[in-house]
Design a protein around this ligand. Structure first.
Ligand SMILES: [Zn+2]
Length: 132
């Protein structure tokens, strides 16, 4: 995992178990692929243009076209989140004096499987105070 995407000090929540349950539910016939391969148009666009390739294959169609996209949410950011497209954008987010939550979603660009992979908090940057 590239270091710029998150750092060890970030509090990370993994959604791996939820992912395994979803895949198992499809394999058992309790959910359909149509239900879980439902990436919305904006997510598809972001995955197509800014997705970072993952080593894993898609858990549903086994394509190797599985990518990761990162969105940031917090005060002062767009309601729909800001897509983090490069290390410079992540560095800018780390300098914000406001709390920021990043969500990383895996998206298959073949079948449009998508699942929240993890989230992590970026603590507000400490803003240097100028002397009065
Ligand atoms: Zn797939």
């Amino acid at each position: 995992m590239p270091r710029w995407q998150r750092q060890n000090r970030d509090a990370v929540v993994s959604y791996r178990l939820a992912r395994q349950r979803t895949v198992a539910a499809v394999e058992a016939g309790h959910r359909t692929e149509h239900e879980v391969c439902d990436a919305q148009p904006e997510l598809r666009r972001v995955a197509h243009n800014h997705g970072k390739p993952l080593d894993d294959d898609c858990p549903l169609c086994e394509s190797d076209d599985l990518v990761l996209v990162t969105f940031a949410f917090g005060p002062g950011l767009p309601k729909a989140g800001r897509c983090v497209t490069d290390p410079a954008e992540m560095a800018r987010l780390r300098r914000r004096p406001k709390p920021t939550t990043c969500y990383r979603v895996e998206v298959c660009r073949q079948c449009w499987w998508n699942h929240l992979r993890e989230s992590f908090e970026l603590p507000p940057a400490q803003v240097a105070k100028t002397a009065p």
